[in-house]
Design a binder for this molecule. Structure first.
Ligand code: NAD
Length: 252
């Protein structure tokens, strides 16, 4: 049985973050869930996690989240950077404010959270940083410049954290999923169906799964299972790596 650890997970009101909180609580860890959406409270209560409402595009909220975890649980061992959004526009049309928002939330917040968590992990001689990246950290698609740039950058942050943490028992790894069935993807399916005048099922099969060897969407719990492995002691030799759960997308 795993030693109970203290974990901070971001973006927990729905989708992958919600599933990760449930999984870590099931494993007996103490979890602080952080989200700007107040619905996160209910979800956290149900899983047996603590909740903090905060907008992680604000650097003070990032530092505040780590401080809150330490205040509640006395320590911090595991950080799962998951909060993310999407915006689709060509580079030519991409609003600068959207670009900055996405970089702030999906690249700067993981950096600030890692920075704030670092002293606690170093002190304990044990730490796990899991960055939820994307297949779009490995390959690009048109229309997603900010998201793809943030996710590629997150791999760089993951590798740097792995090198700096190696001597202190801190590992850092990224998970790169293809399309996972979450509200973020449901919205994209609806948008694309409208844009192309297609049925939603056609969008899934012809657009989203075009490059996939396995023709189905991924379940959030499948990502949470990999998080469970990466935060375990069994994974203490695994660091600086990117784990694709991409239905074979990047095999071609
Ligand atoms: P989701 O929309 O279901 O959940 C994202 C969560 O982040 C929400 O709870 C939202 O409230 C929260 N959030 C958004 N902005 C925030 C802010 N400023 N401050 C705090 N919280 C904020 O999305 P998801 O699909 O579960 O995605 C989670 C992560 O997984 C994202 O980083 C996403 O890029 C990545 N991902 C998703 C997929 C997919 O297909 N769904 C694929 C690859 C990677």
């Amino acid at each position: 049985n795993a030693i109970p650890r203290v974990a901070l997970v971001t973006g927990t009101s729905s989708g992958i973050g919600e599933a990760v909180v449930e999984q870590l609580c099931r494993l007996g860890h103490q979890v602080l869930a952080v989200d700007f959406n107040a619905d996160g409270q209910q979800k956290a209560d149900r899983a047996g996690a603590a909740f903090m409402q905060g907008d992680l595009t604000d650097p003070e909220a990032c530092r505040g989240a780590v401080a809150e975890a330490v205040k509640r649980f006395g320590h911090l061992d595991i950080l799962v950077n998951n909060a993310g959004i999407q915006h689709v526009d060509s580079i030519e049309a991409f609003p600068e404010a959207k670009w900055r928002h996405i970089i702030d939330l999906m690249l700067t917040a993981p950096f600030l959270l890692s920075q704030a968590a670092w002293p606690y992990m170093r002190k304990g001689g044990w730490g796990r940083i899991i960055n939820i990246a994307s297949v779009h950290a490995q390959v690009a698609s048109p229309g997603k410049a900010a998201y793809i740039s943030a996710k590629h950058g997150l791999i760089g942050l993951t590798k740097t954290a792995a090198l700096e943490g190696g001597g202190d028992g801190i590992t850092a790894n990224a998970i790169c999923p293809a399309y996972v069935r979450t509200p973020l993807v449901d919205n994209q399916i609806a948008d694309q169906a409208r844009m192309h005048g297609m049925e939603e099922q056609e969008v899934i099969e012809q657009i989203m799964l075009k490059n996939a060897a396995i023709k189905r969407l991924i379940d959030p719990s499948e990502v949470a299972s990999l998080v469970a492995y990466l935060v375990s002691d069994d994974a203490s030799a695994v660091t600086g790596s990117s784990w694709n759960i991409d239905l074979g997308w990047t095999a071609q």
